[in-house]
Ligand binder design. Structure first.
Ligand SMILES: Cc1cc2nc3c(=O)[nH]c(=O)nc-3n(C[C@H](O)[C@H](O)[C@H](O)COP(=O)(O)OP(=O)(O)OC[C@H]3O[C@@H](n4cnc5c(N)ncnc54)[C@H](O)[C@@H]3O)c2cc1C
Length: 464
């Protein structure tokens, strides 16, 4: 990265209304919204193709009060959704921002369908722990790849947007008042792009080992499973401009990545009644803590692995997840008619695993297990299992923004012309890993992207 440049000393190579940095979910939504408002948009992406965390996600987009929910007879409100998020993070996220994202979520999801042409539906076959309503909206095969493919198609057919790959941002250009006048982008050479508004959508710093070790030491050294380009430049540049950051220790972990195969095993296998054991065949915690907080528990076990244990009913329930199909194809998933057989297939001590199942069933009858888990279900043969490890998916701390996604200084004033969203902005997951409620990532990415694009686009239109 280069130091911030001074506008008065810069020779501009290009000029546009809005420059959006990073073509992930946040950046593409921001670009679409700004263009819809009438702005010319330059969308610059560091990598050669769209490969950020959005593309790797399960594309579960939470929203409350949507027409999809109404059609399914689900009564949900932004207030209930905000309460779920705040309960999960023990009220350690900014409450006003949390309520703001929830209030905007239904409009976002409907706009994604109506304006951007994203094909979404509302699965009602599972409920992530912590969600009191079915509110996850997703693509046909529940993959981020589908989501970014459809977003990219929308970006490409929108005349006001130019998308450039292999174009990392290297610095910002500041004016005398401390506002942003443009960006320095590296293509074949360094180019200075003058822009009325700049939106930082470069995600978090999960791929930056140094920053992870500094801010999130409990997950440092774990497998990183997010976008390769997410090395924190947006946050670092914001800091250089004098922005405030918050909750830098917050992150989204995941306790169930198939190991060594490296594909996501949906937490729904546990939510629907499965449990996890270690190499000794014993359970080690309440899986309903959620996939994020559980990652460090898994990595504290022998060889940093755990084993999802479940049955045929659960296996069938997760078949709609494309990632799960990948696990089957990679032969990461083992199954057997008996628990002894499954232990054998997973190289686990059979006696210990059978005793764990027995204890689990006692807990099912009692309605509560030794860890306080109450969402329990009797497992019946044939049994299934997958070896997994804990991973870092995405960091959740970042630049402080307001309800228009404008980047704020520590005194609460907005840095002129600068916006941030997604992993670049502080999310609504509080601190550490336990505060992450499923869906918080795309909620912050897509809603803040929309808010930033709307505001930046409108402001440019008004200046014309
Ligand atoms: C496996 C996995 C599953 C997940 N599942 C879900 C889910 O189902 N629901 C949910 O809510 N959340 C989920 N998340 C989290 C969610 O994916 C992220 O919170 C969200 O995608 C972040 O969006 P973003 O646009 O900020 O980042 P990204 O999608 O990562 O986009 C950032 C883009 O910026 C680019 N970039 C970085 N630096 C620069 C630079 N200097 N110059 C130019 N470009 C740059 C990157 O290359 C990247 O393309 C998941 C995450 C992972 C890893």
């Amino acid at each position: 990265m280069m130091p911030i440049e001074r506008a008065e000393k810069v020779h501009w190579d290009l000029e546009t209304d809005v420059v959006v940095v990073g073509a992930g979910g946040c950046g593409m939504v921001a670009a679409l919204a700004a263009a819809q408002a009438g702005a010319q948009v330059l969308l610059v992406e560091k990598t050669a193709r769209i490969s950020g965390s959005t593309s790797l996600s399960t594309s579960m987009i939470p929203a409350a009060g949507t027409r999809f929910q109404k059609q399914a007879g689900i009564d949900d409100t932004p207030e209930i959704m905000a309460q779920d998020i705040l309960t999960k993070n023990k009220h350690t996220s900014d409450e006003a921002m949390t309520r703001c994202l929830c209030a905007q979520s239904a409009e976002l999801v409907e706009w994604l369908g109506d304006y951007a042409g994203i094909k979404l539906h509302l699965p009602t076959d599972f409920l992530y722990s912590g969600h009191t309503r079915h509110r996850m909206h997703t693509t046909d095969h529940r993959t981020g790849a589908e989501l970014v493919e459809q977003l990219t198609a929308a970006v490409r057919r929108t005349p006001g947007i130019e998308l450039v790959f292999n174009a990392p941002i290297r610095s910002l250009v500041a004016d005398e008042s401390g506002g942003v006048e443009g960006v320095v982008v590296e293509t074949e050479q360094l180019e200075r792009v003058k822009a009325r508004k700049t939106i930082l959508a470069t995600s978090g710093f999960g791929a930056n080992k140094e920053m992870v070790a500094r801010y999130c030491p409990d997950i440092a050294g774990a497998l990183y499973f997010g976008g390769e380009g997410n090395t924190g430049e947006g946050i670092l540049l914001g800091l250089e401009m004098g922005a405030a950051v918050e909750n830098m220790e917050a992150y989204q972990g995941h306790g169930s990545v198939a190991f060594p195969h490296g594909m996501l095993v949906t937490w729904v296998v546990l939510v629907n009644g499965g449990f996890m054991v270690n190499k000794e065949g014993r359970r080690f915690g309440d899986e309903m803590l959620g996939y994020s907080g559980f990652a460090v528990y898994v990595n504290r076990q022998t060889d940093s692995v755990g084993f999802d244990i479940y049955d045929e009913r659960i296996h069938k329930s997760v078949m709609p997840f494309a990632d799960y199909q990948d696990c089957i194809n990679a032969q990461a998933m083992k199954h057997a008619d008996t628990m002894e057989g499954l232990a054998d297939a997973l190289h686990l001590p059979a006696a210990a695993l059978c005793k764990t199942l027995e204890d689990y069933h006692v807990a099912v009858d009692r309605g509560r297990d030794e860890f306080g888990r109450m969402e329990l279900a009797r497992l019946t043969p044939p049994y299934y299992g997958i070896q997994v490890t804990g991973a870092l998916f995405h960091t959740q701390g970042g630049l402080k923004v307001d309800a228009r996604a404008r980047v704020l200084r520590p005194d609460g004033s907005a840095i002129p012309n600068l916006y941030a969203g997604g992993g670049t902005a502080v999310g609504v997951s509080g601190r550490g890993a336990n505060g992450y409620l499923a869906g918080n990532g795309l909620l912050a990415a897509l809603v803040l992207g929309k808010l930033a694009g709307d505001d930046a686009g409108r402001a440019c239109k008004n200046q014309m």
